[in-house]
Write a protein that binds this ligand. Structure first.
Ligand SMILES: [Ca+2]
Ligand SMILES: [Ca+2]
Length: 122
């Protein structure tokens, strides 16, 4: 298991005016720490990994490096940053995934999450 921080992103995922921090790479997990008056609040962090229920996972779910690439930006114009996570599938590159987890009033959620495959980008 790796424990390095591999990726960082900041954006307001819950629309409260405070930037929230996404940290990717800790054991193939992405943690989203909501921002508060004094900065990020780790105690309220949400964590996502390749086995998180509700994520549209790849067949066999052999995804590696979940969270090596993360981005927070508002893709759908609702004023809440959405979390974009890249994950590679070592043995079957065609099954690499880019997950999009929408922001909401309560922050990043798997509700409405989608995934792109390499085949979707051709
Ligand atoms: Ca926020
Ligand atoms: Ca959004």
């Amino acid at each position: 298991m790796r424990g390095e921080v591999r990726a960082l992103a900041a954006g307001d995922t819950d629309g409260d005016g405070n930037a929230d921090l996404a940290v990717g790479g800790w054991n193939m997990t992405v943690a989203v720490l909501p921002g508060g008056e004094n900065g990020p609040v780790p105690a309220r962090a949400r964590r996502f990994d390749r086995t998180t229920p509700g994520l549209p996972a790849a067949p066999g779910n052999d995804l590696r490096n979940f969270g090596d690439r993360v981005l927070l930006t508002d893709l759908n114009g609702d004023q809440k940053a959405d979390l974009i996570v890249g994950a590679t599938q070592e043995k079957v590159p065609a099954q690499d995934r880019v997950f999009i987890l929408p922001g909401s009033d309560s922050g990043v959620t798997v509700k409405g999450a989608t995934a792109l495959r390499r085949a979707d980008l051709k």
